[in-house]
Design a protein around this ligand. Structure first.
Ligand code: UDP
Ligand code: MN
Length: 344
């Protein structure tokens, strides 16, 4: 465990996809809301650092570097920003996920550029190596205590960029969408890692629309007593990938999880469940979760309160609420399918 007294910093790692952001005003607005609300509600202890990883192209990175200092102005904690080149990650990822892409992508082909939608699936293979990245450290210097950390931060000016740096092996990372609004301290989400049951490698919330009831229609017809695609709490509605806790150490050491990444195993399950999806990683997790629910720790719905209601108006109005309802505190709103997020 890191000890702030010795200038060690404990890192909380989060990762966001951040591509083509310069091309979309809508995405920029989502990014602003996400970062401002994360900064507003974030509370960390002395000696702790929130490390924000962005997977981006060059123009998006330049935009992000320009916008972030202002968006995180209210942060009362130290943070680091690390940009990862999407083309570098895609090159590493493609051989691992190529075979599964056809089962979980729109269209028939396995497009090289779509591999990045499966980053979470193989994050434990992608993240450990030393990566050539750009890094900005913005020290929070609000208290005398933090002055003691100078040996760590003094060589960095707030806007300084390194063209290359090496990360220690990552143990845990939280992957987050950009279309989120935080209402709670992001640090509290990391406490959910400690609630993983034995054998679980990923923490994820359930999907809140009957989308997988639809995807699994043929399997459900052949297996009318199955809980596959049924609503909570008894059923298995599938997962939503907007907020994911990736226990990279557990993912690396789980024999079962790594077997399920093998092309033959994926193909066999896709055949068994008659599965053809187009939602990338969340389809993969949903499908393997039907067979091996013990690999997943289901997060309380309030950590990924999805707002999209598309399926209510497309044939599932009668049972929609069974999926959509979410009791308990809402920590994170997810404005998926471009749904506006309430102001309160
Ligand atoms: N994203 C991106 N560039 C894009 C589209 C999406 O970086 O052009 C990232 C972004 O982090 C976003 C995530 O991919 O939150 C998933 O997309 P989105 O949230 O729009 O999907 P939804 O939640 O509506 O299914
Ligand atoms: Mn989203």
């Amino acid at each position: 465990k890191a000890d702030a007294r010795f200038g060690e910093l404990e890192n909380y790692h989060v990762l966001m996809m951040f591509t083509k952001v310069d091309k979309s005003k809508g995405l920029q607005e989502k990014f602003q809301l996400a970062m401002r609300s994360m900064a507003k509600h974030g509370r960390f202890l002395e000696g702790e650092v929130l490390t924000l990883h962005f997977v981006s192209d060059e123009t998006s990175r330049e935009l992000g570097e320009r916008m972030l200092p202002e968006l995180l102005l209210d942060a009362t904690f130290q943070y680091k920003v690390v940009f990862h080149d999407v083309s570098v990650l895609t090159e590493k990822l493609f051989p691992i996920v190529e075979a599964m892409q056809k089962h979980f992508s729109a269209g028939s082909g396995a497009y090289y550029s779509d591999a990045i939608f499966f980053l979470s699936v193989a994050m434990h293979h992608i993240m450990p190596a030393g990566l050539c990245i750009r890094q900005t450290i913005i020290p929070y210097s609000g208290t005398a205590e933090l002055e003691q950390n100078k040996q760590v931060t003094e060589s960095w000016s707030p806007t300084q960029l390194l063209t290359c740096c090496f990360l220690a092996e990552l143990k845990r990372i939280v992957q987050l969408d950009l279309d989120l609004k935080y209402r709670s301290n992001i640090r509290d989400l990391f406490q959910e890692f400690t609630r993983f049951p034995p054998g679980a490698v990923i923490g994820i919330s359930r999907e809140m629309q009957p989308v997988y009831r639809h995807t699994f229609w043929q399997y459900r017809k052949e297996n009318p007593k199955s809980r596959v695609g049924e609503p909570p709490p008894e059923g298995q509605p599938g997962f939503n990938s907007g907020v994911m806790l990736l226990d990279l150490e557990a993912m690396r050491s789980s024999v079962l999880y790594n077997q399920l990444l093998q092309p033959a195993r994926v193909a066999a399950l896709a055949e068994q469940y008659h599965f053809q999806g187009h939602l990338g990683d969340q389809d993969f997790f949903t499908m393997i979760g039907m067979e091996h629910p013990e690999l997943f720790s289901t997060l309380p719905c309030g950590w990924n309160r999805q707002l999209c209601t598309w399926w209510r108006d497309h044939g599932y109005g009668d049972i929609f609420q069974l999926y959509y309802q979410c009791e308990g505190p809402i920590h994170i709103y997810h404005g998926n399918c471009n749904t506006p997020i309430p102001d309160d």
